[in-house]
Design a protein. Structure first.
Length: 249
């Protein structure tokens, strides 16, 4: 299967990740960083967010992620309503990374949700050196996304949080896979931090948004730093990088 779009260390596939992931070779990526659908009936452009099918979707994705990652980490955004099911869906010993929000929309509920849980675990033995100040939480810049409809996606993740995870848990040059690419935030983070990226997205509308954002990020890294750039100098593990190469398809 050939990528739908490819450019400078980035391969993007337009399609269902449960059909595309089995086409990738075992152990061909160094990490997975992804934000699947919520599984709560959320309204997306094309994907049917069926709560009844969500357990199958997550279980099938986890099996493929474990097959594809070689000695690295898997990070999966989740919704708190599913917290009672995580022990069934994810590998034993998983941990929770707290994606904090610097701005929270107040809703008519007793408790305001001010952070998102990100389930993560290691596959094999990741070769990641200790980093001073490495934390299992990060404060995302959610304020800029609350009213930002121009991005073309209903729920983009804060770039600075994704960049923190990518920069802290992979080496420069490593291959990061996002099977639920959405607007391409993980791809932008990879471009800006010097990682290679494979993205999969089922919606053509969101796929085109991702292509635009990643292309713009690639252009920015070729030019002098722009103070308006989305990058915020997130934590990185250092100079020594991966030797991984994107698949020859």
């Amino acid at each position: 299967m050939k990528p739908t779009w490819e450019s400078e260390g980035v391969q993007l596939y337009l399609g269902d990740c449960l059909q595309v992931m089995p086409e990738l070779a075992a152990g061909s990526v160094d990490a997975v960083v992804t934000d699947p659908p919520y599984g709560i009936g959320f309204q997306y452009a094309e994907h049917q967010d069926d709560p009844q099918r969500y357990e199958f979707l997550v279980s099938a994705f986890v099996d493929e992620a474990e097959r594809l990652v070689k000695d690295g980490f898997v990070f999966v955004w989740q919704a708190m309503p599913h917290c009672g099911d995580w022990h069934r869906w994810f590998p034993q010993g998983f941990r929770v990374f707290a994606a904090l929000k610097n701005f929270v929309q107040f809703r008519p509920t007793p408790v305001q949700f001010s952070w998102d849980p990100v389930i993560f675990w290691a596959v094999g033995k990741p070769d990641i050196p200790p980093v001073a100040g490495l934390r299992d939480y990060h404060m995302g810049n959610t304020a800029k996304y609350v009213a930002e409809k121009s991005i073309g996606h209903p729920c983009p993740r804060p770039l600075n949080t994704v960049s923190y995870i990518v920069g802290a848990f992979t080496r420069p040059g490593c291959i990061v896979l996002d099977p639920f690419m959405g607007s391409g935030t993980t791809g932008v983070a990879c471009v800006q931090t010097g990682r290679k990226f494979i993205g999969i997205e089922i919606s053509e509308q969101y796929f085109q948004v991702a292509v635009k954002r990643i292309s713009e990020a690639q252009l920015q890294v070729r030019m002098p730093l722009d103070p308006k750039s989305e990058s915020d100098g997130s934590l990185s593990i250092g100079e020594e990088g991966c030797q991984s190469s994107l698949p020859n398809l």
